[in-house]
Design a binder for this molecule. Structure first.
Ligand code: SAM
Ligand code: SF4
Ligand code: SF4
Length: 322
């Protein structure tokens, strides 16, 4: 098993299947910045066979979990055929905005997906459309969530809270899923990328959010590297991802691969490691494993812990994979 400079293993690979999206969330892909954006062409993107080679070469290094993300992963053609190709022993999850989920849920489950995290920032149409800069409706996402549950997928909901936009979603989204098996997780607005105009004043911390829900009791983490601080009220589990106020770099075991085949060892780095060139020079599984071992062993990333002390030029989350 490979460990980085700080002793952290490589357990989780987040695969950005595409840098494109059918929403324009203000905190992620502000429309004005993406109007004339050059999205990746098909030949720049790793094929499913190439991605599988990366996944298989990371398994002997300790990889146990793969998360399909983007951009919007359900926009990638034949995504179910890729899920079918993935080794069964992996924990296979997806993060999606849920717009296309109703149509895909059963096929995703049949293909071997285990879990889906659905982003949903508001239940009222005004806030949903303002945050997502979209004409889509929250009901579409709710129908997707229902379809995913019916298809036997484990479902979590991710809600980003941004000051001045959707503080009211803390209570409303938590209440909406009370009495169901859906775990809701509230996320602090993060300073990822360079276009979302992040300001510390826009952050509602997990601690502030917890004052908006009565009777919460803290739970122990499920596993090392858990990103959410877990709470319960009665039988409902609610998580808080507090990357700004309570950074969790200490146990971070996540690598990311962009759709164009660069490996990133932190969400906030701009330094990718070009695996696509290696793959397209016919690298074997062993060659890739050796390259990633060398990259991971030198990894010293802890951006969130050092926030404000070191400034880097950051890449967009829709590109690097959320
Ligand atoms: N399009 C899919 C979706 O929205 O679920 C997958 C990709 S998206 C980049 C992954 C997650 O990142 C989403 O839950 C989204 O809300 C979250 N996210 C994006 N930008 C963020 C930001 N600035 N701060 C906090 N979370 C953010
Ligand atoms: Fe698209 Fe997801 Fe980013 Fe929203 S958060 S713009 S849905 S990639
Ligand atoms: Fe991991 Fe980087 Fe996030 Fe820290 S800032 S938890 S190292 S991705």
């Amino acid at each position: 098993m490979v460990r980085d400079y700080r002793g952290r293993p490589l357990r989780d690979l987040r695969i950005s299947l595409t840098d494109r999206c059918n929403m324009r969330c203000r905190y992620c892909m502000p429309r004005e910045h993406f109007k004339s954006h050059n999205f990746l062409d098909k030949d720049q993107i790793l094929s499913y066979e190439e991605l599988l080679l990366v996944v298989e070469s990371l398994m002997p290094l300790g990889l146990t979990k793969v998360r399909l993300t983007g951009g919007e992963p359900l926009l990638r053609k034949d995504v179910c055929s890729f899920i079918e190709m993935l080794p069964e022993e992996l924990d296979i999850a997806m993060t999606t905005n849920g717009i296309l989920l109703e149509r895909f849920a059963q096929k995703l489950s049949d293909a071997g997906l285990h879990r889906v995290t659905v982003s949903l920032d508001a239940l009222d149409i005004e806030t949903f459309q303002a945050m997502g800069d979209t004409k889509e409706k929250p009901e579409t996402v709710l129908r997707g969530i229902e379809a995913a549950r019916k298809a036997g997928l484990e479902v979590k909901v991710n809600t980003v809270i941004r000051a001045g936009y959707n503080e009211h979603s803390v209570q409303r989204v938590a209440d909406r899923f009370l009495g169901t098996d859906v775990i809701v997780r509230f996320i602090e607005f993060m300073d990822v990328g360079a276009t979302n105009g992040w300001d510390n004043q826009d952050v509602i911390t997990g601690e502030m959010m917890r004052t908006m829900i009565a009777d919460l009791e803290q739970l122990e983490p499920n596993h090392v590297g858990e990103v959410a601080n877990r709470y319960v009220r009665g039988s409902q589990e609610i998580g808080f991802i507090e990357s700004i106020s309570k950074p969790f770099c200490g146990d971070c075991n996540r690598a990311r691969i962009s759709a164009d085949g660069s490996l990133y060892t932190c969400l906030f780095t701009n330094k990718g490691n070009d695996l696509k060139s290696l793959i397209r020079m016919n690298a074997t599984q062993e060659n890739l494993a050796a390259a990633v071992t060398s990259i991971w062993s030198k990894r010293d990333d802890a951006y969130s812990q050092n926030r404000g002390k070191v400034e880097t030029e950051k890449l967009e989350m829709s590109f690097i994979g959320g």
